[in-house]
Design a protein around this ligand. Structure first.
Ligand SMILES: Nc1nc2c(c(=O)[nH]1)N[C@H]1C(S)=C(S)[C@@H](COP(=O)(O)OP(=O)(O)OC[C@H]3O[C@@H](n4cnc5c(=O)[nH]c(N)nc54)[C@H](O)[C@@H]3O)O[C@H]1N2
Ligand SMILES: Nc1nc2c(c(=O)[nH]1)N[C@H]1C(S)=C(S)[C@@H](COP(=O)(O)OP(=O)(O)OC[C@H]3O[C@@H](n4cnc5c(=O)[nH]c(N)nc54)[C@H](O)[C@@H]3O)O[C@H]1N2
Ligand code: SF4
Ligand SMILES: [Mo]
Length: 621
């Protein structure tokens, strides 16, 4: 049993902040969770989602026994039986249909680096089938890297040196509260904060100026702002790749074009031009919400170009940000198997790809992922699960995916596992997690579960050796100690050599007569993880529409309507919000049923374009 006392940990939620935590354990139970004072970004404060772990570790929703589906109902079974069932299903799939008939699906449910070890299972079987392509931020990183060839890594505290800060499609007041705190410090030091969004949010409420634009109009807006920058500041000095074609194209975008696309008034557009120019240095912080569109990478690249043309690149407090790059702190050969021949299926179009897969998927394993809720066209993921002979989900609570599987295995969560690490994708700290509570009887560490299955399949135990190698991350020469179990990762420059201008892309055509569906991350839970989700399942989700649209369609507050498109339909309740852009409907993401309506499109780089989704709205009969 774990000794009573305080343990240092780090929140492993898929959240940019990666808060340092102090966990208090008594009689093996977590009794208190607080922010760690010496983390310079999270500064002694954790949000209510983090604090909720004190309740959730032993809460009603915690799974504590393997559950097998028998005659349409889940019944509790023992671990031995559960692991045997899994082993037999994988063995039979591989024997009769080849290793690619085994799907190993990983989501982003927590950021513990040690979970990478689990790849060994499909890889040692020959490769298996895995998912590729991002539902999250890959497009933005690709776009940012196009300017100079790398995303780099640098200090978000640089915002404190900005005099003007522009948040573009980013909502830190809900999704990265410690960044908001940094921004508030910058405001106290005299900076001003502007936000471009498609609706009012707690972030716009905290901003000095807000521009509400139509979703999908940002590229036109960015090109127009680049046009103004060239007019205002003249041509860039040195020769830069692709400038002539870019210049020609952006000079063709007029203020009227930008107004028409965005819905901004001439005065509002003018004020935005002034905001980008009047009070340098300007830092622009682009968000994940913004780049979930077919040309997301080009969009972020074009916004970066604005930063470049305005002379903000490479000066303290200036520049364009998205997320940090992946720094490959794990050894390059960590959990790899040379020669493995993995078949990759696109995550953004997972359901249809799995239904069509040849060889077919005969056994599926889901870890830290909830694709039946979080992948676009989620109805097809559910169809796939209905027809897949064997599916197992490893999770700590009953997710939408777990409910649709044939077997559910209860896992521990990060507070119950020690000796692992989280590297933030927003700031520059690597932090170590310590075990801070005993898991409930019945829950098992997922790396151990996967290793046990591998051993039962007759595979060698590479898992234990890889686990022992994990500690190597601490010895990376780019790290400097920043406190107990905390290291600062050295900055890596992004701005170097010639700037590469973006190539030009066409607009994503709107579907005529339909409303654009925007799905957003919300304050109270991370993605599809809401242990109180039972509540959300009872109530229909709330869809926000503009008051103007409501008037045109004779809709009233609280009215039940049906949203539908070729993929599916969903009953929702209407909320009137006068801030929302025209012809747009906003739903929270992570709520069951929402992704039945989300289109499974892929960007040219194979990532998701979640926000290129359109729906029809009809009164519910
Ligand atoms: N509380 C909480 N925090 C979270 C998460 C969570 O679920 N809950 N999820 C975490 C994860 S995985 C991620 S990726 C991040 C996401 O963090 P964010 O990028 O901040 O989140 P989003 O809500 O996807 O989008 C941000 C804003 O972009 C706006 N937006 C959408 N489309 C457009 C557009 O076309 N143009 C413009 N200008 N704006 C647009 C949305 O209205 C929204 O307010 O948050 C992380 N933090
Ligand atoms: N419509 C729409 N869809 C979206 C988005 C959107 O904005 N709109 N956002 C997208 C984004 S940005 C993201 S990142 C994805 C996220 O998509 P996913 O990664 O699939 O979803 P999560 O809800 O983050 O986590 C998946 C599951 O991991 C479980 N989990 C948490 N910790 C552990 C653990 O320690 N072990 C195990 N085994 N399981 C654990 C959680 O309980 C949860 O059920 O969703 C995407 N989907
Ligand atoms: S969810 Fe994010 S802000 Fe909240 S405690 Fe975890 S890392 Fe910190
Ligand atoms: Mo994400």
């Amino acid at each position: 049993m774990l000794t009573d006392g305080n343990y240092l940990s780090v929140c492993a939620y898929d959240c940019p902040d990666s808060c340092g935590m102090v966990a208090t354990c008594k009689d093996g139970l977590l009794v208190k969770l607080e922010g760690r004072e010496d983390n310079p970004y999270t500064r002694g404060f954790i949000c209510h989602k983090g604090r909720r772990w004190v309740r959730d570790l032993r809460g009603q929703d915690r799974l504590t026994s393997p559950l097998a589906r028998r005659n349409g109902k889940f019944i509790q079974i023992g671990w031995d039986e559960a692991l045997d069932m899994t082993t037999q299903a994988i063995q039979s799939a591989v024997l009769h249909h080849g290793h690619q008939s085994f799907l190993f699906y990983e989501g982003a449910g927590n950021l513990l680096m040690g979970n990478e070890i689990q790849h060994l299972l499909p890889l040692m079987l020959g490769g298996g089938t895995m998912a590729t392509g991002s539902l999250c931020g890959a497009e933005g990183k690709i776009g940012l890297a196009r300017s100079y060839g790398t995303v780099g890594r640098y200090q978000p505290l640089a915002a404190l040196e900005s005099k003007s800060i522009l948040l573009w499609g980013r909502n830190p007041a809900e999704n990265s509260v410690h960044f908001l705190a940094i921004l508030q410090d910058a405001l106290r030091q005299g900076a001003r904060l502007g936000t471009i969004d498609v609706r009012a949010t707690p972030t716009t409420a905290a901003s000095d100026c807000t521009w509400i634009v139509r979703p999908g109009s940002d590229l036109m807006l960015a090109l127009y702002l680049c046009h103004e920058a060239i007019v205002l500041l003249g041509e860039p000095q040195a020769a830069h790749q692709g400038y002539d074609a870019f210049r020609e194209a952006c000079l063709l975008v007029s203020a009227e074009d930008a107004q028409e696309a965005t819905g901004l008034s001439a005065e509002a557009l003018h004020a935005l031009v002034s905001f980008t120019a009047d009070q340098p240095p300007l830092s622009i912080w682009t968000g994940v919400g913004l780049q979930r569109t077919r040309w997301g990478a080009n969009l972020i690249h074009t916004i970066d170009t604005l930063g470049f043309l305005m002379g903000n690149h490479g000066i303290p407090g200036g520049g364009v940000w998205f997320e940090q790059g992946s720094d490959e702190l794990l050894p390059y050969d960590f959990a790899t198997v040379p020669g493995a021949q993995t078949r990759f299926v696109p995550r953004p179009n997972l359901g249809a790809s799995l239904l069509e897969a040849d060889p077919s998927i005969e056994a599926a394993m889901f870890v830290r992922g909830n694709p039946a809720s979080q992948c676009p066209d989620a109805g097809k993921v559910l169809n796939f699960l209905e027809q897949c002979p064997f599916s197992v989900c490893l999770d700590w609570h009953m997710s939408v995916t777990a409910r649709a599987c044939t077997l559910v295995l209860p896992t521990t969560v990060f507070l119950e596992r020690g000796d692992d690490y989280v590297m933030s994708y927003f700031h520059d700290l690597l932090q170590k997690t310590n075990k801070a509570a005993e898991p409930p009887e019945g829950a098992r560490d997922e790396v151990d579960i996967v290793r046990d299955i591998a051993l039962r399949l007759g595979l060698p135990d590479r898992f234990t050796a890889e686990k022992a190698r994990l500690v190597d991350v601490e010895n990376d020469p780019r790290l400097t100690p920043a406190g107990p179990g905390m290291w600062r990762l050295k900055d890596a420059p992004r701005i170097q050599g010639a700037f590469h201008f973006p190539s030009l892309v066409p607009d994503v055509p709107a579907e005529s007569g339909m409303l654009r569906l925007i799905t957003v991350h919300v304050r109270d839970y991370i993605n599809g993880i809401d242990p109180g989700q039972a509540r959300a399942r009872v109530l229909p989700p709330v869809a926000s529409v503009s008051t103007k649209l409501a008037r045109e369609r004779c809709l009233i507050e609280g009215q039940k309507v049906t949203l539908h498109n070729a993929l599916g339909s969903l009953d929702v309740r209407i909320h009137l919000d006068k801030s929302i852009a025209a012809q747009t409907i906003v739903l929270p993401q992570g709520v069951e049923g929402v992704n039945l309506l989300v289109a499974p499109g892929l960007t040219p780089d194979g990532n998701s374009c979640i926000n290129d989704s359109w729906v029809l709205l009809e009164p519910t009969l």
